[in-house]
Ligand binder design. Sequence first.
Ligand code: C5P
Length: 415
Amino acid sequence: MAAVTLLKGRRVVLGVTGSIAVYKSVDLASKLTQAGALVDVVMTEAARQFITPLTFQAVTGRPVYTDLWAADSTGGLPTHIAHVGLGEGADLLLIAPATAHTLAKLAHGLADDLLTVTALAVRCPVLVAPAMDGGMYAHPAVQANLKLLIERGIELIPPEHGRFASGLEGVGRLPETPALMGAVRQVLGQRFGGLAGRRVVVTAGGTQEPLDPVRYITNRSSGKQGYAIAQAAQDAGAHVTLITTAALSSPFGVEVVPVGSADEMLRAVLTYSRGADALVMAAAVADFRAKDVSQHKIKKKDDSDGLTLELVRNPDILAEVARVREADPAAGPRVVVGFAAESQDLLDNAQKKLERKRLDLIVANDISASDAGFAVETNRVVLLSPDSGREELPLMGKSEVAELLVNRLAGLLGG
Ligand code: C5P
């Protein structure tokens, strides 16, 4: 797990209660730590029946707290007000797994151990990830407690359907680490991000222009840069819609709209970018499509060695968006960002596109370099905008490019 800017230096209090799902919390604590968070684990007595504090201490590199009464380093804080000490300065309290018993205590303000006392003392967002066996999660008592907690502003990571340790099946399993990490990023992004409350639409991948039911024409775009932008905008607290042709794993919380052809992408972009704060067109849209799409698979012919395809121009999505904005600025996205992937005359071509497509910002990248552009993990880009000229950036990871772009976007939106 690489460092995540949003998580760097953030103080996460991880409450762990007595469920067999604690084995997943160890991985979560490790991934949060690797991502740069400072993770203070608080374990209930029941949690310690499953796993020892040493395990969490080993993965977080920090003391683990277990005892409300101890006033030293043997499981308490070096203070007589441990719960306040833990809660102070915490950016997030995440309780994963949260048992039915702990949820009931939280709902009713009971505070008989370090975790529940801390939960009353914190002023940061509280996220709970229930985990329980059999039909316990569906029990009206559990549901009523959860309802109370949600009404009070506590955020829920819903449990998943699956097989329990008992062999029964149902809803109650703790989600895996990526979903838990995603929920943490979403809550922190909405609290600290420069795009909190904004709606951002991102496109990704090369469009697929069908020839017949089994074949299509596409290009070498992997969608990685677009997905990184969607993740960065999500980390910045935006509501993100990702219109994509790629099948990469989607960032948690992002609304994914799968499309194939340029025509499908155009329709989706016009629908979802209506009234949005920003549109980032990172997709590599094919300029041409087959004039006629064969209803049946095109067959080889005995009397011919080749095949001639007639292609026609695809619509220019950004030009259509510009038309919508011109006709009614409120109907289009407020800020539009385009990409220029070029193999020659990079800056001249990008400048022309910036003007022709009426963009607020264009990201130009030289796809002839082996360490930038399609498929690779890095990119070297130049940002061009109508007012602030050119910003040449060094070789960076695609996530870093995405973060920088999202910062510029927040600036353009006045965030
Ligand atoms: O014209 P060109 O393809 O080089 O421009 C690249 C930019 O325009 C990208 O942001 C791409 O997503 C967008 N584009 C578009 N519709 C097309 C072709 C490209 O919106 N038909």
